[in-house]
Design a protein around this ligand. Sequence first.
Ligand code: FAD
Length: 522
Amino acid sequence: PSYFIVIFVISRLMSIIGKLSPWTSLLPTELLSLDLATRLHVDPNATSLASGDFGKLTRVTPAAVLYPSSQDDILSLVRFSYSTSSVPFSIAARGRGHSVRGQAMAHNGVVVEMRWLNNGDNPTRINISRSSSSASYADVGGEQLWIDVLHATLEHRLAPRSWTDYLYLTVGGTLSNAGLSGQSFRHGPQISNVYEMDVITGRGELVTCSKHLNSELFYAVLGGLGQFGIIMRARIALEPAPNRVRWVRMLYDDFSAFTRDQEHLISINGGQGVKGLNYVEGSLIMDQSPANNWRSSFFLTDHSRITSLATEHGIIYSLEVAKYYGDDTVDTIAEELQLLLEGLSFIPGFIFTKDVSYLDFLNRVRSGELKLQSQGLWDVPHPWLNLFVPKSRIMDFDSGVFKGIILKQNKTTGPILVYPVNRNMWDDRMSAVIPNEDIFYPVGLLQSSGMHDWEYLEDQNREILEFCDKAGIKIKQYFPHYKSKQEWMNHFGTKWDMFQDMKTKFDPKAILSPGQRIFNSF
Ligand code: FAD
């Protein structure tokens, strides 16, 4: 009972404070009559926090921030903007704000801090359904962090199949993009591993959708950049969780051998008595230092050997793979792995193996984050560029971009990822845009800079895009960011008409996710 008294007193106090602080002229005063009014904050503390993101390149101030206590708060807010307000105001769901270019911001609109759904008297919004006959799944709130989904599912010895490298991202945020990591070649991105969703559309309607029910909305929302609805619940496919992971990195000085081996490894996917790897990624190591970023704790003991190799070659390529195993395969894992890696062309002697728990493997970049945080190097500008490069041009990309621009300019200050995925794991009905080839390479240039000197990295990004354009390399941007409607149309290509139709159908007043700057004025 004392808990409820405290909650009651706090909510009354918030209500009084809310009424005392001046209301914004940017939003209709009628909003104050809604039940959610006490959770709608217009004070500079709240609006300032919602004005930035992980990128630290953009600041956009909203008129207010909603700290929702329930799904109904969000439903009423969107419904009000759509049908009651004479001038609709924009609304952006904000997961953890880990976008880098203002995608979760709302100029003069309302930012909904989705993580608040996880607060206070809300029971945890992760529910697991275990099934031996059909597929197991987890129903998770769009505001949930993947790390929390992992912890909850592991209690049932289950886990999602497809991941991102970093787990402190929200389910709604990654499903609005794609959600990629080394498992994607095998299971597709996270958006290929969703059975069902509850979505609040831009018309203020709560709709359940799946492949068979309201399928237009289902596919539009997956990779839909938040344009059609706010994901309130997603039903995520689960598989039995392994106990442990054999994790290997191999170094190459030859990009052609590196990609040939990567492509070979992602082609072994079941069949012939070999089950294949569970994870295939790759990254660049430049001569500055292999431990110069948040993903490289792996190499700590072999530091100097690798540094001198990188100094000698300028760039070396690290092929990273993992094979999961459990108690039943503990005796055979080494042999299985050896068979899978047989015939690969890495530099002799430069293969490194670790054996870790499944949890530690999936959460592998967290320690790097904490280290950078403690050094004050995490909360800095991140002028990231993420691209999908078609397989047919990956060699040209290596010579023109990795060697031609990045190595020459010697401007890397963060991880550079490059690994292939199979297009057949992506359903073309989803909004996500990918190159039109069977295999393509996600390339992540995950740069960071000092607080005031990020422009030179933006210049480098521009140069990379110009190079691809001139060389006719038909890349697609992942986490796309454009300044004109024409560029968005080019990005979506043949999908543009459908994307626009879906917008008209589900968010005709262009209320949702204005920070993507697709349908809102620039
Ligand atoms: P936000 O940035 O808050 O939101 C992103 C977009 O989605 C916005 O447009 C927002 O309005 C919308 N949105 C948010 N929640 C919802 C919702 N519930 N319903 C509808 N729309 C919503 N990505 C990968 O694919 N693979 C990786 O390995 C990877 N690693 C990363 C590592 C780090 C350190 C960081 C910072 C990012 C990484 N990302 C990766 C990128 C990440 O997927 C994006 O930042 C993504 O936007 C998720 O972040 P978020 O949950 O904070 O979403």
